[in-house]
Design a protein around this ligand. Structure first.
Ligand SMILES: Cc1cc2nc3c(=O)[nH]c(=O)nc-3n(C[C@H](O)[C@H](O)[C@H](O)COP(=O)(O)OP(=O)(O)OC[C@H]3O[C@@H](n4cnc5c(N)ncnc54)[C@H](O)[C@@H]3O)c2cc1C
Length: 229
């Protein structure tokens, strides 16, 4: 498989950095090809706007999705966006590696989604979840948390991790038609000791080695709930 690893952490020596390095080692050893987008190292511009486009359809009123559709049709995305789209087209799988910040993605990674998962490219009106150039590709989230596993769950300090990640796994990845594999969660990465961190890395390696056999998440039940509210 060709794997696009999109990594978002400002400190290369962080635990997320260790997970990134491990993912590259394990996947390469298992004969996958890994392309890395290290968003902080690339100084990736997280802010979507008119600079995403080389040829604005309407210069009098900026409507982001309309311009994304136009740029998809005319191949006029700015080079930094076009490069990431090319990587995504060549990939069989997208792996997102990040620390949980405010129950979500670091802004730099959210900006990558805003700009790269463009309307007309990753989805279009009436064809969310169903078709498009990244439809059917696999996707997986690898995330570290501050809170321990016991702090996530029904009645716990934070909601169950599936709920926390729903807007990412369903609202972004599944929305674009990707097959979302079970996530890897490194709970409490900053609060545990070295031996526990080493064990977490071992478990992450095993998770990655099982990639080919992991079954995609089934969102049918969750989607019905979300659409009722
Ligand atoms: C803005 C913000 C919002 C946040 N919101 C949330 C939230 O909503 N929910 C939540 O739970 N948490 C939250 N957090 C906490 C955050 O998720 C954790 O701090 C983060 O996930 C820890 O991962 P890290 O890579 O940054 O850890 P680091 O602090 O970088 O690493 C932890 C330790 O691992 C060590 N390490 C590095 N490499 C290795 C290795 N190879 N082997 C063993 N040890 C190694 C490092 O030296 C360090 O001591 C938030 C943090 C911020 C900054």
């Amino acid at each position: 498989m060709n794997v696009l690893l999109v990594y978002a952490h400002p400190e290369p020596q962080s635990f997320n950095g260790a997970m990134r390095d491990l993912a590259i080692d394990v996947l390469t050893r298992d004969r996958h090809t890994v392309v890395l987008s290290d968003l902080y190292a690339m100084n990736f511009n997280a802010i979507g706007g008119p600079h995403d486009f080389q040829d604005l359809q309407d210069t009098t009123f900026f409507k982001y999705q309309r311009e994304q559709r136009h740029a998809t049709a005319t191949r006029t995305f700015a080079p930094d966006v076009a490069r990431e789209m090319e990587k995504l087209i060549r990939a069989d799988m997208l792996l997102l590696q990040f620390p949980l910040w405010w129950y979500s993605l670091p802004a730099i990674l959210k900006g990558w989604i805003d700009r790269v998962f463009a309307m007309g490219f990753a989805y279009d009106a009436g064809r969310a979840h169903e078709s498009g150039p990244i439809q059917g590709k696999r996707a997986m989230v690898a995330v570290t948390t501050g809170g321990p596993s016991t702090s996530f769950g029904v009645g716990a300090f934070s909601p169950p991790i599936d709920d926390v990640l729903f807007h990412i796994q369903y609202g972004m990845l599944h929305f674009a038609g990707m097959q979302v594999l079970p996530p890897f969660i490194a709970y409490g990465a900053a609060r545990i000791d070295d031996a526990q961190r080493a064990a977490l890395l071992d478990r992450f390696g095993e998770h990655l080695q099982a990639l080919e056999t992991l079954q995609p998440l089934d969102f049918s039940h969750r989607a019905r709930q979300a659409h009722r509210t």
